[in-house]
Write a protein that binds this ligand. Structure first.
Ligand SMILES: [Zn+2]
Length: 316
């Protein structure tokens, strides 16, 4: 069996050690750590924001509000989660807010979708509707945790066995929401083999479900059957997203197969906006375009909140 140990975690599921270290320092009011966190994440976040907000300055505003939002909610940050995913979640919210505001200001906005001039992406098809958002609020975080757990088990199993082609099928069906025929066309496979992969994947999910405590199983009765919920958990937890270092290797052309093909798939077929933002940021970085000026501005506008929060003096 192939050894994928170098890439055992292409999934950005947990906060990396370096991030944990930074967060501990930031929580104690360390301004340099805060500056470092901004420098580390601003590029990919800005690239993500620019894909959604086109007017000059809008993306930077959303970025600034994201860092402010993070600093003021620092005590709620759960370190068992990925910091990057958390920052992207705040940014998504800020972008949504900006788009809503813009829509409100638009004259005669009947039927106008603030987002419709954006490029059509696979992500857009799993964006929540208001009723889904409400349903999610009614549901518990634990429910999402349980769904994420069994999906992650399936994804890891396919990865560990080197079945990345099957993972692509599962990703297109469960995350992007394609039908068997559509997935077959996209991947150049026949519909029957797609149906086979789906059948086996559902069987495994059912088995994982059986292994859960009865209490957790009870949480899933209805929601697990909802494709929208699965897609949402998949996106929010970024279950199949790639590590930044994996994307970096891919861009340099040194990522080995089958990961190279899988990465191309995740970026170009799934069109994952968060991973694309990382890729764009990495390309910009290699062209030395990433600016210290931007991070200084982000730092200046948010550091006061850090001090206020941690109760230390910012005048030093
Ligand atoms: Zn991704």
């Amino acid at each position: 069996m192939a050894d994928f140990s170098d890439y055992t975690s292409p999934v950005a599921a947990h906060t990396e050690d370096a991030d944990k270290f930074l967060i501990t320092a930031i929580r104690s009011g360390d301004q340099r750590a805060w500056h470092q966190l901004i420098e580390r994440y601003q590029g990919r976040l800005l690239a993500f924001a620019r894909a959604r907000l086109r007017a000059p300055g809008e993306a930077e505003d959303a970025l600034q509000e994201t860092f402010l939002g993070f600093v003021s909610s620092l005590k709620h940050f759960d370190e068992s989660r990925s910091l990057e995913t958390y920052l992207f979640a705040i940014l998504r919210y800020k972008i949504q807010e900006a788009l809503t505001k813009k829509q409100r200001h638009a004259d005669q906005a009947v039927g106008f979708d603030a987002d419709e001039d954006g490029p059509p992406t696979a992500e857009a098809s799993v964006e929540e509707t208001p009723s889904q958002v409400l349903a999610a609020r009614e549901g518990t975080k634990r429910q999402a945790d349980v769904i994420a757990t069994i999906l992650r088990r399936l994804i890891e199993e396919l990865r560990d066995r080197g079945k990345l082609e099957d993972l692509q099928v599962v990703e297109l069906l469960f995350y992007v929401g394609l039908r068997n025929k559509e997935a077959a066309d996209r991947l150049g496979r026949d519909e029957k083999s797609i149906a086979g992969v789906k059948f086996r994947a559902l069987g495994r999910l059912r088995e994982f479900l059986e292994e859960l405590e009865a209490e957790d199983r009870g949480l899933l009765d209805e929601s697990i059957s909802s494709d929208a919920t699965i897609a949402k958990v998949w996106r929010q937890r970024r279950l199949s997203c790639l590590k930044r270092s994996t994307i970096g290797s891919y861009l340099l052309g040194v990522l080995e197969e089958p990961w190279s093909s899988y990465t191309a798939f995740h970026l170009d077929e799934v069109k994952c906006l968060m991973c694309k933002a990382n890729a764009e940021d990495l390309s910009a970085e290699s062209e030395q375009l990433a600016g210290g000026e931007l991070s200084d501005r982000m730092f200046q506008s948010s550091v006061g909140f850090l001090s206020r929060w941690s109760g230390t003096d910012s005048s030093s």
